[in-house]
Ligand binder design. Structure first.
Ligand SMILES: Cc1cc2nc3c(=O)[nH]c(=O)nc-3n(C[C@H](O)[C@H](O)[C@H](O)COP(=O)(O)OP(=O)(O)OC[C@H]3O[C@@H](n4cnc5c(N)ncnc54)[C@H](O)[C@@H]3O)c2cc1C
Length: 483
């Protein structure tokens, strides 16, 4: 079914107020929309999902510490008191910069949204560096779907190891490889280690979860590159003490259900037999970056990020603002939440100044509030304005900052309770994993048009939808059981 409301005359809306369309309900989009709460405009937030996702804590959903609801409040609920804002579920598939319209679609229903000002904050998805087939065996860490699928795979691997009799098969099932030693990879590897060594220690009869092999590998020669060599080295030593094998200067050349083939710095290839692989290496900006680049002539880099002007607008289009992970600013800001939040607020402020007839602000300047990453319970690294912390103090700082940014009082309370269960005790409150979570992605891909799981956070090719999943295809689903 298709509905396409005729665009109203440029510059007007049913309320007579300027229309601001915000693409994305992540950090950039949500904070931009909230910053417009007192502005005399009509705000439409279009999101591919109905929730705002706090990505920094996804690894805790994947490892059973937090529930998905705690890190993903409904966007509609967050904005319920903001009378000038409405929320629309849909994937933006087209932006017509001449007609000033945005087209979104959900389950075959297409909607056209006219705008006077546009804020695009569609973020970035996982990049497999041209090897998208890896995604089937090594889910990324970009969405709630990814985190729940990984949860099912991680807990499921221990279950299957408990049943296996062949020692080589048990070893394969109890080997976990995290690709990418940035903050996400380090946090993920640390939590799988704590899960195996603390939480599951006494839960099995045939296997000893403490013998699980956890490997963190990266093509770079250092862990946590954004934190500098000193903190990176400390983090690596701590990971080693936790029993995690850190393999640096190591590139993944192939990956399948059975394991990975990697190439070391001396050019030697070797095989790692591992059932569970996590991909935490590399990002690719939303395809909307390329779409806008083609439409406006703005440059798009290899990661798909569109080059914005110093004020976050596109050349020749002062009404289009691009913020967050999909923007390549002349000052080369990193892809972190604060860049997106501050960019969203800046764009909202520019729009309000324009409407009030005031001069625009100077160029966007990111105020760096620092970087943090946890390694294990009670241990983190933090790099804040040239001050470098590690250990317990950094961990407490991490706790406070993350709690501050979790949205909603209820979520904060339950998050603290779940952290107490996991950090003071040895439990995990969220160990449920359903078959749908583990095999759902493949089933969705078989459904075709509009259903395929997105790897890059934006519009994708929409193949013809088959009427149903055929029996041959079901074989693939079962075959994936041990992947
Ligand atoms: C696992 C992980 C851990 C991280 N940890 C940290 C951390 O500790 N500290 C830190 O500062 N940063 C961290 N980051 C980075 C941080 O989350 C991002 O920099 C930030 O989310 C970028 O905000 P954004 O608004 O640009 O994009 P996002 O927050 O990704 O939001 C993009 C939004 O756009 C929507 N969208 C995408 N395509 C479309 C479309 N075509 N149509 C409609 N909607 C669309 C998405 O559904 C989403 O709502 C982490 C990221 C990940 C993945």
């Amino acid at each position: 079914m298709t509905t396409s409301p005729a665009p109203t005359a440029h510059g007007t809306s049913p309320t007579g107020r300027p229309r601001v369309v915000v693409v994305g309900s992540g950090f950039g989009g949500l904070f931009a929309a909230k910053a417009l709460r007192k502005a005399p405009v009509d705000v439409t937030v279009i999101g591919k999902t109905g929730h705002h996702l706090f990505q920094p804590l996804l690894y805790q959903v994947a490892t059973g510490i937090l529930s998905e609801g705690e890190i993903a409040p409904a966007t509609r609920e967050v904005l319920r008191h903001q009378q000038n804002a409405r929320v629309v579920l849909g994937e933006v598939v087209d932006i017509d910069v001449d007609a000033r319209t945005v087209t979104s679609t959900v389950l075959g229903r297409t909607t056209v949204h006219p705008y006077d000002e546009l804020i695009v904050a569609a973020g970035a998805g996982q990049s497999y560096f041209g090897n998208d087939r890896f995604a089937e065996f090594a889910p990324g860490m970009k969405s709630i779907d990814d985190a729940l699928e990984l949860r099912g795979r991680i807990f499921g691997a221990f279950e299957l190891a408990e049943l296996a009799t062949d020692p080589a098969e048990i070893d394969r099932l109890m080997t976990f490889v995290v690709v990418g030693a940035g903050p996400t990879g380090v946090e993920m590897a640390g939590q799988i280690a704590e899960l195996a060594h603390r939480t599951l220690r006494r839960d099995f009869r045939n296997i000893d979860p403490e013998r699980a092999r956890i490997i963190l590998l990266d093509g770079a020669p250092q862990v946590l590159p954004p934190f500098g060599p000193k903190l990176g080295d400390k983090a690596r030593r701590h990971l080693n003490e936790m029993g995690i094998e850190v393999q640096l200067s190591t590139l993944v050349t192939d990956l399948d259900a059975e394991g990975l083939t990697v190439k070391d710095s001396d050019g030697q290839q070797r095989r790692i037999s591992a059932a569970t692989k996590v991909w935490a290496a590399g990002v690719q900006a939303s395809p909307l970056g390329r779409l806008l680049g083609d439409a406006t002539g703005a440059e798009v880099d290899r990661a798909g990020r569109i080059t914005v002007q110093p004020d976050l607008t596109l050349p020749g289009h002062p009404e289009i603002h691009v913020v967050g992970d999909m923007a390549n600013h002349p000052d080369k800001y990193p892809g972190v939440a604060q860049v997106a939040i501050q960019g969203g607020r800046y764009a909202a402020d520019q729009i309000q100044r324009k409407l009030a007839g005031k001069d625009p602000k100077g160029p966007f300047r990111y105020r760096d509030k620092g970087n943090m990453a946890t390694i294990s319970r009670f241990s983190a690294v933090a790099d804040i304005k040239k001050l470098k912390f590690e250990g317990f103090i950094a961990w407490v700082l991490w706790l406070v900052v993350h709690l501050f940014y979790i949205i909603g009082f209820k979520s904060r309370v339950t998050t603290v309770l779940h952290w107490m269960v996991s950090f003071l005790g040895r439990g995990r409150s969220q160990r449920v994993a359903t078959q749908q979570q583990v095999y759902g992605r493949l089933a969705l891909e078989k459904l075709g048009a509009g259903f395929a799981a997105s790897k890059t956070g934006g519009p994708k090719d929409h193949p013809q939808a088959p009427d149903s999943v055929n029996p041959d295809q079901q074989h693939d689903l079962v075959g994936r059981r041990t992947a």
